[in-house]
Design a protein around this ligand. Structure first.
Ligand code: HEM
Length: 226
């Protein structure tokens, strides 16, 4: 079957992604180990877990700013721009595909091309993770690193306790995202094709995908606002 390759993941993005994945895994493992630590049987020795967590958090903050600059100043940023027009319709079509169409072998309603790397669900998920939840995690993390910066009493509640609750909750959402992310990267053309794209930078478009023309209604759902 004929295939066409498009370059969707430039080197800077792949480096960011792999560094970010390692740091996130380190943060989740050390975070869980500290949260449920039993001094007699720690998953990771407490002092080691604290040091590793702090170092990974500092590096993650740097990696986030690197990503943010990349999104702002390279052409990759355009894939993250969301349009309100037709949003719910596109979201519904993609959710329906994930729930039913994918199991019936139907073509994707939003196939990948040079103009559109993410389907509507990926787009909103990546935006929320990258531009809301990750910043909450590292901002609260820095605050906990310098607890003297935290307001002591917020409406009768301990500021440190609230900051730490926010930190753990955001970390929990990232962990949930990671599990779902790992599942969805396996539903490409083959189980490993998305992973291969993130390693080589190239996404393979198969002629059958292209031939399965995107329904006209989806294009309308995505039509940019005037
Ligand atoms: C072992 C862990 C991970 C693996 C194997 C993995 C794998 C992948 C793969 C194969 C893609 C390309 C397919 C796609 O665009 O959906 C991707 C994209 C992406 N991943 Fe991950 N990922 C991991 C962890 C993470 C984590 C922890 C985050 C953030 C918290 C993350 C955020 C992203 C983002 C934002 C993209 C889109 C990047 C872009 O093209 O602009 N990933 N990942």
């Amino acid at each position: 079957m004929a295939t066409k390759k498009i370059y969707l993941y430039p080197l800077w993005l792949r480096i960011w992604h792999h560094v970010n994945a390692v740091l996130m895994l380190s943060l989740i493992l050390t975070g869980v180990s500290m949260q449920y630590s039993n001094p007699d049987y720690p998953l990771i020795r407490f002092d080691i877990a604290v040091s590793l967590h702090n170092i990974s958090g500092i590096l993650l903050t740097l990696s986030y700013f690197y990503f943010f600059l990349g999104i702002l100043f390279t052409s990759i940023g355009r894939y993250y721009v969301m349009r309100s027009q037709g949003f719910f319709k596109s979201f519904y079509l993609q959710a329906r595909y994930y729930m039913f169409g994918i199991f019936r072998g139907e073509p994707s309603p939003f196939p990948v091309n040079e103009e559109r790397k993410f389907n509507p669900i990926q787009q909103i998920t990546y935006n929320v993770i990258q531009h809301a939840i990750t910043p909450v995690t590292f901002i609260t993390g820095w605050a906990l690193l310098y607890p003297e910066s935290i307001i002591l009493n917020v409406f009768g509640f301990s500021g440190i306790m609230l900051t730490s609750l926010l930190h753990v909750t955001a970390g929990f959402f990232i962990s949930i995202f990671l599990v779902i992310h790992l599942y969805f990267i396996t539903v490409g053309h083959s189980v490993t094709s998305n992973l291969k794209s993130m390693v080589t930078g190239y996404h393979e478009i198969h002629v059958e995908d292209e031939a399965a023309q995107e329904p006209e209604e989806n294009k309308l759902a995505e039509k940019p606002e005037k």
